[in-house]
Design a protein around this ligand. Structure first.
Ligand SMILES: Cc1cc2nc3c(=O)[nH]c(=O)nc-3n(C[C@H](O)[C@H](O)[C@H](O)COP(=O)(O)OP(=O)(O)OC[C@H]3O[C@@H](n4cnc5c(N)ncnc54)[C@H](O)[C@@H]3O)c2cc1C
Length: 667
C-alpha cells in the first residue's frame, strides 16, 4: 500500500518566511512521492496549525506527516501529540528544521528556499520508511537523590521531604551549607547569612524523610528515569556517629593545627580533628588523616584518650552505600576563580591582596579575625581599601561571562568597611555596575551616599612599587579611569579581588557520571535555557543552583524549589513513558563478539552467557547509535534510525522530484 504523506511548511511569523519562500516550498513539496497534501501556515505550532494536521489525518487518511518548521528539540513533541490525537502513531512523523538550519543562517532567499526544499524532500523520503513505535512505561521509585548540600540542594531536599517522599542528600564535605555558610551578611538586605541558613541546615539534617550522607561522594550510577541505582562512598570520619555527642573535646585536645583552606579560605586554622564551623550539620567532627599525628606517625591518640563516649575509631573504614532512587537533582555549586591566574594582580605574592571569600571570612564575627578588618599581619587596620571588580569574569582571557554576584558583593564589602572602619577610604574599580535584582539598584544608591569612590576602569596591575613620600608599605593600584580618560594610580593598604565564580573543577566528571553535558565553560547544560532551565537532556536528572551557572542566593533557592517541583510531578504520576527510540540486536545473527558491550556509554547491553549473544536493556538504552555503528556483523538496528530510513533521507536530500540534483548551500 502506498503511503499518504501530509507536508506542512511553517512561516514562524517572519522567522522562516522572512528568508524562505514557504509557499513555493509547499507547492514544490506537493509533487514529492506519496505526498497527498502540502500546505503552508503562519504558525504551525498554534492550536489552529495543529488542528490542520489533525483534520487532514482524519479526512484525507494521511499515514505519515512531515512538518517543516523549527528545531525538533522545540516542537517535535507538539506535532507527535497532534498525530496521536488524530489516531496516527506519533513516530510516523518527521520534522524538517528550516529555521535554525536555514532561515536563521542564510542571507540569500533563493539559496535558503532551495535548501528548505532539500530538507523537506529528505524528511518526506525518510518518513515513508518510519515504523510505528510504542513507548515503554516504567514505574517511578519515589526516593530522590540530591547531590550537593549548598542552599540549592538543601532547598530541593526539603521541598521533596516536606511533600512526604524520601530523599538521600549527598554532600562531599563534612557539613552541608556550601558557600552560603561561609558568608557574613547577604546582599541586599544584609541579613546574617548563618542566621537564615542554619535553620534550613538543621531541618535538612533532622528531617525524618531525609537521609543525610555527608563526607560522601557518588561513585557509580546505573539505571534510567524512575529507577536509578547509585553507589555512594561514605568516607570514614573515624568518629562513630552513634556515640559522638558533638561535645568538641576531641578538637580542643588535638595538638595539630592546620591551615583551613576550605571553610576559612586559607585565612584561619583548624585542628586535625575538626568540625568545619560551629553550626555544622551533622555535628560530628572528622579526622583529617593527612594531617593527624597518629595517622602520620602512629602515636598521639589525644582525641581518643579524652573522648568521653569512646567515639573515636582509628580503624573505621569507608562504607559503600547503595541506594535506589527515581530521580536525581545535581546542586554541586561553584568554585571561586583562582586570581593567581592573573599574576599582575599580585595575589599569593603581595600579602595584602585578598580574595573575596577571604574577605567574607575576615568580616565574619565567627571568622579567623573575629570580624576585624585587618592586614595579613593580623593587627593593622587598613586606612584605604581597593575593591577590584570582574576578576576572571567579563574577560576573554579567563571567563567571558559575567559572574552576576560580584558587583553586588563588592558593594556589600564597601558597606561593611564603612560600617566597621568609618575613617577608611574605599575605592571600587569597576567596568560597569550590574545590579539586576529586587532591591539591588537601591542598595547601589545607598552605597553612593556612603562615600565610596567609584572608578570606572579595569585595573591593569597591583604592585608594591610605592615610590612617593607617604606611600611606604602601600599597594599601588593602576587603572585607566575611562570616564575621565586618564590613568589613575591609587595607593591603598589592602586590595580585595572580587573573583568571579566558575564551574566546579570536577564538573565534567560529575556530568559524565550522571549522563548529562557541560557547556564549553563547564556549567551543567539545561534542557532548554529559557523554557526548561532545571531539566537536562537525561530524563530524571535535574540541576539547580550555581551548578547550572552563576547566580545569587534567591535564584539558587528558586531553582532548588523548581527542580523539586519537577521531581514531585514525576513521583505523583507514578510512572513515566520511556522513548522507544533504542537499539535492537538480531540475536539469531549476533556472533557474541561483545564489542557493543564495552562501547555502550549507558551500560545498556548485557552478554547472555547461555545463548552466547548480546542483548539490549531497552530501558537503559538511549538510542545513541554507538553500538549500531560499531557492530562488525551489522546485526544491530537503531529503531527510528534504521539503514533504510537514513539512506532514504540522504537520497531525499540529494535528489529533487524530477530526478535532478538539488543545489545545496553549505551552512
Ligand atoms: C564572595 C561571595 C559573596 C557572595 N555573597 C552573596 C550575597 O551576599 N548574597 C547572595 O544572594 N549571594 C551571594 N553569593 C552567591 C552565593 O554564594 C551563591 O548564590 C550560593 O552559594 C549558591 O548555592 P549552591 O547551593 O548553588 O552552591 P554552593 O554554595 O557552591 O554549594 C554546593 C554544595 O555542593 C557540594 N558539592 C560539590 N560537588 C559535590 C559532589 N561531587 N558531591 C557531593 N557534594 C558536592 C559542595 O561541597 C557544596 O556544599 C556570594 C558569592 C561569593 C563568591
Amino acid at each position: 500500500m502506498s503511503e499518504k504523506i501530509g507536508v506542512y511548511v511553517c512561516h514562524c511569523g517572519s522567522n522562516i518566511a522572512g528568508k524562505v519562500d514557504v509557499e513555493e516550498v509547499a507547492n514544490w513539496a506537493s509533487d514529492l512521492p506519496n505526498v497527498e497534501v502540502a500546505r503552508d501556515y503562519k504558525f504551525m505550532c498554534s492550536s489552529l496549525g495543529q488542528e490542520l494536521v489533525e483534520t487532514d489525518i482524519k479526512e484525507k487518511g494521511l499515514t505519515r506527516v512531515v512538518v517543516a518548521a523549527c528545531s525538533p528539540h522545540m516542537h517535535e513533541r507538539t506535532f507527535r501529540g497532534a498525530c496521536a490525537r488524530a489516531g496516527l502513531n506519533p513516530y510516523l512523523f518527521e520534522m524538517a528544521n528550516i529555521r535554525e538550519h536555514v532561515s536563521w543562517i542564510h542571507e540569500d532567499r533563493d539559496e535558503a528556499t532551495a535548501k528548505a526544499k532539500a530538507l523537506v524532500s529528505a524528511a518526506v523520503h525518510r518518513v515513508a520508511h518510519h515504523e510505528p513505535l510504542e513507548p515503554m512505561r516504567a514505574e517511578i521509585n519515589p526516593a530522590t537523590l540530591v547531590v550537593g548540600g549548598g542552599v540549592a540542594g538543601i532547598q530541593a531536599a526539603l521541598e521533596i521531604a516536606d511533600a512526604g517522599y524520601p530523599v538521600y542528600l549527598v554532600e562531599r564535605e563534612p557539613s552541608i551549607g556550601g558557600h552560603m555558610a561561609q558568608l557574613d551578611k547577604t546582599f541586599p538586605t544584609l541579613d546574617c547569612s548563618a542566621c537564615i541558613l542554619t535553620p534550613k541546615m538543621f531541618d535538612a539534617g533532622s528531617h525524618k524523610n531525609i537521609t543525610l550522607l555527608s563526607y560522601s561522594q557518588v561513585e557509580e550510577v546505573d539505571g534510567y528515569v524512575g529507577n536509578f541505582t547509585v553507589t555512594i562512598r561514605k568516607k570514614a570520619r573515624h568518629v562513630v556517629e552513634d556515640k559522638c555527642t558533638g561535645c568538641g573535646i576531641c578538637t580542643e585536645k588535638c595538638p595539630k593545627r592546620v591551615v583551613d583552606t576550605v571553610f576559612e579560605a586559607g585565612l584561619g586554622y583548624r585542628k586535625a580533628i575538626y568540625r568545619p564551623f560551629p553550626q555544622a550539620v551533622p555535628k560530628y567532627p572528622v579526622i583529617d588523616t593527612e594531617n593527624c599525628i597518629y595517622f602520620e606517625r602512629g602515636k598521639c591518640k589525644a582525641c581518643q584518650m579524652f573522648c568521653p563516649t569512646g567515639a573515636i575509631d582509628f580503624e573505621q573504614e569507608d562504607e559503600i552505600v547503595t541506594v535506589e532512587v527515581g530521580n536525581v537533582i545535581l546542586a554541586t555549586g561553584y568554585d571561586l576563580f583562582d586570581p593567581r591566574k592573573i599574576p599582575q594582580y599580585g595575589y599569593g605574592r603581595l600579602a595584602n591582596v585578598f580574595t573575596s571569600l577571604e574577605f567574607e571570612r575576615m568580616v565574619n564575627a565567627a571568622g579567623p579575625t573575629g570580624g576585624k578588618i585587618v592586614l595579613r599581619d593580623g593587627v593593622t587596620e587598613p586606612k584605604s581599601i581597593a575593591i577590584v571588580h570582574c576578576v576572571g569574569s567579563r574577560d576573554k582571557n579567563y571567563h567571558e561571562y559575567c559572574s552576576k554576584v560580584c558587583c553586588m558583593y563588592s558593594l556589600k564589602f564597601a558597606h561593611l568597611v564603612h560600617e566597621r572602619l568609618p575613617e577608611a577610604e574605599v575605592y571600587n574599580f569597576y567596568i560597569d555596575i550590574r545590579t539586576p535584582g529586587k532591591g539591588y539598584e537601591e542598595f547601589y544608591h545607598r552605597l553612593l551616599e556612603e562615600g565610596t569612590h567609584f572608578i570606572r576602569g579595569r585595573v591593569a596591575e597591583v604592585t608594591d612599587a610605592a615610590r612617593r613620600p607617604g606611600e611606604e608599605g602601600k599597594l599601588i593600584v593602576q587603572a585607566e579611569d575611562t570616564l575621565v580618560g586618564m590613568q589613575r594610580r591609587v595607593p591603598v593598604d589592602m586590595v580585595i579581588l572580587s573573583a568571579g565564580v566558575e564551574a566546579r573543577r570536577d564538573a565534567d566528571e560529575v556530568a559524565h557520571l550522571f549522563g548529562i553535558s557541560c557547556s564549553h565553560d563547564n556549567w551543567f547544560i539545561e534542557k532548554h535555557p529559557k523554557l526548561d532551565p532545571v531539566a537536562t537532556m537525561t530524563d530524571g536528572v535535574f540541576i539547580a543552583g550555581c551548578a547550572q551557572g552563576p547566580k545569587d542566593i534567591p535564584d539558587s533557592v528558586a531553582q532548588g524549589a523548581a527542580a523539586a517541583a519537577r521531581v514531585l510531578g514525576l513521583i505523583t504520576q507514578g510512572e513515566v513513558e520511556i522513548e522507544p527510540v533504542r537499539a535492537i540486536i538480531d540475536e539469531e545473527r549476533c556472533s557474541g563478539c561483545r564489542i557493543c558491550n564495552t562501547l555502550c556509554p549507558y551500560n545498556a547491553i548485557d552478554f547472555i552467557e547461555d545463548l552466547g549473544v548480546s542483548r539490549v536493556n531497552p530501558a537503559l538504552c538511549k538510542g545513541c547509535g554507538t553500538c549500531v555503528a560499531a557492530c562488525p556483523s551489522g546485526v544491530i538496528t537503531g529503531a527510528h534510525f534504521s539503514n533504510e530510513q537514513i539512506m532514504a533521507e540522504i537520497e531525499g536530500i540529494l535528489v529533487s522530484p524530477d530526478g535532478r540534483e538539488t543545489v545545496l548551500v553549505a551552512a
